[in-house]
Design a protein around this ligand. Structure first.
Ligand SMILES: *Cc1c(COP(=O)(O)O)cnc(C)c1O
Length: 221
């Protein structure tokens, strides 16, 4: 994918997000685009930055470590970690990320809290909910979400900004997005990270404030 394609794809996705927001009676700038650059080279990230993109998502700590820290000196951006996080990677994640979107269990909350102390760095946090109760997927089980959200609010305070989900591939995502929006409202959390290349417009209609779009910007993986 060359630089011009990435710039054009970004322009198109931003336009579709704004139109979906307006159609839902929301402000055209109500939604932040998180450009998911996993598996793509740093040149692709730089092309997106040159086209005005400043929020990026990566799944793997190690891959993100190779790409993003060297860009801090010359570029302003927010890096979101959006992949399931191992406890032993918590310290690297806290050092690297501006946002960790995948807090999903008490042991990881412990590890992140300890890492924040050690690193003196405080990324914002989202709780990932496994809305489809899929066995292999990360995310707090749907039935445990209320208790875990309340615990994390008590522990992290304003650093906990919202909820994130990845609905099952083979299901209509809309009920999952609506369920997540309900939970966020119930807990007074303003940020809703939901929607990917295939379904971000549905997510925007359901109230997403962040959409995570990869292949529609950077090409298939
Ligand atoms: C890869 C990924 C995305 C982006 O997916 P696309 O279908 O390429 O837009 C979004 N969120 C998560 C958690 C991902 O792993």
């Amino acid at each position: 994918m060359d630089t011009l394609d990435i710039a054009e794809n970004l322009r198109r996705i931003r336009d579709r997000i704004a139109k979906a927001a307006i159609a839902a009676g929301r402000k055209p700038d109500a939604v932040t685009l998180v450009a998911v650059s996993k598996t793509k080279p740093v040149e692709a990230v730089l092309a997106a930055m040159a086209a005005g993109q400043a929020v990026f998502g990566e799944n793997r700590v190690q891959e993100a470590e190779g790409k993003f820290p060297p860009l801090r000196a010359s570029h302003r951006f927010d890096l979101h970690l959006i992949g399931g996080l191992q406890t032993n990677k918590a310290r690297d994640a806290v050092r690297l990320a501006d946002v960790i979107e995948t807090l999903d269990r008490p042991k990881l909350a412990d590890a992140i809290a300890a890492a924040m102390e050690k690193e003196g760095r405080r990324p914002r946090l989202l709780i990932e909910v496994n809305t489809g109760s899929e066995a292999q997927k990360s995310g707090v089980p749907r039935d445990d979400a209320d208790g875990f959200i309340a615990d994390c609010k008590g522990r992290f305070g304003d650093l906990l900004v919202g909820l994130m989900c990845v609905p099952p591939h083979d299901e209509n995502p809309r009920p999952h997005f609506e369920w997540l929006a309900d939970r966020a409202a119930k807990h007074g959390l303003a940020t809703l990270s939901m929607g990917m290349s295939a379904d971000f417009e549905i997510a925007v209609a359901a109230g997403a404030t962040w959409v995570r779009v990869g292949s529609a910007i950077f090409g298939s993986r």
